[in-house]
Design a protein around this ligand. Structure first.
Ligand SMILES: Cc1cc2nc3c(=O)[nH]c(=O)nc-3n(C[C@H](O)[C@H](O)[C@H](O)COP(=O)(O)OP(=O)(O)OC[C@H]3O[C@@H](n4cnc5c(N)ncnc54)[C@H](O)[C@@H]3O)c2cc1C
Length: 371
């Protein structure tokens, strides 16, 4: 049987970022990916936003790793010539309730260490974005956009330079714990295979709960069950109505239908939020839902043509009462699985946080796991 020091299951942006970091100072790092290419799932079905970190509760991994990841990504872009645009974002409020929520958000952002936040009135907003008509907004200068594929390619190049291995069309189907670590069994390019790993890092995105269950974990009891939460996008045809990112104040269900320019300037609306039973990227929502949501802050949307664009699926961790769930990034030693690390529920801001998650997991490996 083949032997590996570290096996990472899943080559989305998180598995790639973790592998890029770990292979800096470790030999024998393998990444197994079931698809015919890396990054074909959530990592290529998202908004491509480099988030600032204003949304997440203080002290959470989401807040810490988003704020760190935000500045790390801009550094990487500058150092390696990765295209990006630091466009800035407006989070807009209409009515007193939303203004109160906006003020809470600004305080939260400042507590999380997000710099340069400014509260703007109606006229100040219109100077920046003439078609946006709202009562107040927060301006966040550190929000930007990137093409996720470019960042994944950066991590892949680093992995190849460090002589680690990415095996595509290789799906792990069984995990058996033994005295030397874990035997991973699966199918690689149509053939059954197995590998013995000292350390296993589960970065399998929408399947991360299933992979944890393969290793024998009670995912219900541990709160690791994932629900698939889809978001559709529509695209505005013709001249873009905004240059910056424009978001409504968030609701309990998520960030709300927002406007995101891509690197070419073309603007997408969305994503919205609804739960699904299976993985299917067909846009299922109505144009009306999108127009009505955006009309509240961009009245001129009625005169634009919009058409279905794409969708993505979030790996949402279940919570009893719709309350906040943080990323799970955990060495499972206390659950009887030394050397097994779970990354579960890595929804937004996972893309932004990815380089910081790489460093976080590499530190965990060096300090708690390495023999
Ligand atoms: C609609 C939407 C919009 C988003 N927008 C943003 C944004 O603007 N900014 C931001 O920061 N974040 C955003 N995110 C979040 C971000 O996209 C994710 O956090 C990130 O892509 C998760 O990456 P991942 O590697 O964990 O998952 P994935 O990309 O899903 O990768 C997991 C990989 O594991 C593989 N795999 C699974 N099981 C196995 C197995 N048994 N054997 C082998 N391989 C396996 C899969 O094939 C897959 O390639 C968004 C997410 C969604 C859904």
């Amino acid at each position: 049987m083949e032997k590996a020091k570290i096996v990472i299951i899943g080559a989305g942006i998180i598995g790639l970022a973790v592998a890029a970091e770990l292979s800096n100072s470790n030999d024998s790092v393998y990444v197994f990916e079931k698809n015919r290419r890396t990054g074909l799932e959530t990592s290529s079905h998202n908004s491509g936003v480099i988030h600032s970190g204003i949304h997440y509760p203080r002290g959470s991994l989401k807040a810490e790793l988003c704020v760190k990841g935000n500045s790390m990504i801009y550094e990487l872009c500058k150092d390696y010539g990765i295209p990006f645009k630091k466009l800035g974002k407006l989070t807009v409020a209409v009515g007193d309730d939303e203004i109160r929520e906006l003020e809470r958000l600004r305080k939260n952002g400042e507590d999380n260490g997000v710099e340069g936040l400014k509260l703007l009135d109606t006229d100040e907003v219109r100077k920046l974005e003439p078609d946006i008509i709202v009562d107040r907004a927060i301006y966040t200068p550190s929000t930007g956009i990137i093409e996720p594929e470019d960042l994944m390619n950066h991590f892949l190049t680093k992995i190849q330079k460090n002589r680690a291995t990415v095996a595509i069309e290789t799906e792990i189907t069984h995990i058996k714990k033994n005295d030397d670590g874990y035997e991973l069994i699966g199918i690689s390019v149509g053939e059954r295979f197995s590998v013995q790993a000292e350390t296993v890092i589960n970065c399998s995105g929408l399947y991360a709960d299933r992979v944890a269950a393969m290793a024998g974990m009670d995912i219900e009891k541990l709160g690791y069950r994932i629900r698939l939460c889809k978001g559709d996008y529509f695209r505005i045809s013709g001249k873009p109505p905004v240059k910056m990112l424009v978001y409504p104040v968030p609701t309990r269900d998520g960030l709300g239908i927002h406007m995101t320019p891509d690197l070419s300037g073309s603007v997408r609306l969305g994503p919205n939020t609804y739960f699904v039973d299976g993985i299917d990227y067909k846009v299922e929502s109505s144009e009306r839902e999108f127009r009505d949501a955006v009309k509240r802050y961009l009245p001129s949307v009625v005169s634009y043509n919009i058409h279905p664009d794409s969708s993505g699926i979030r790996p949402k961790l279940k919570s009893q009462d719709n309350s906040f769930r943080d990323f799970i990034i955990k060495h499972e030693e206390d659950n009887g699985l030394p050397g097994f690390v779970n990354l579960i529920g890595i929804e937004s801001p996972g893309l932004t946080a990815s380089p910081a998650i790489g460093v976080y997991v590499a530190d965990m490996y060096e300090n708690d796991i390495k023999r």
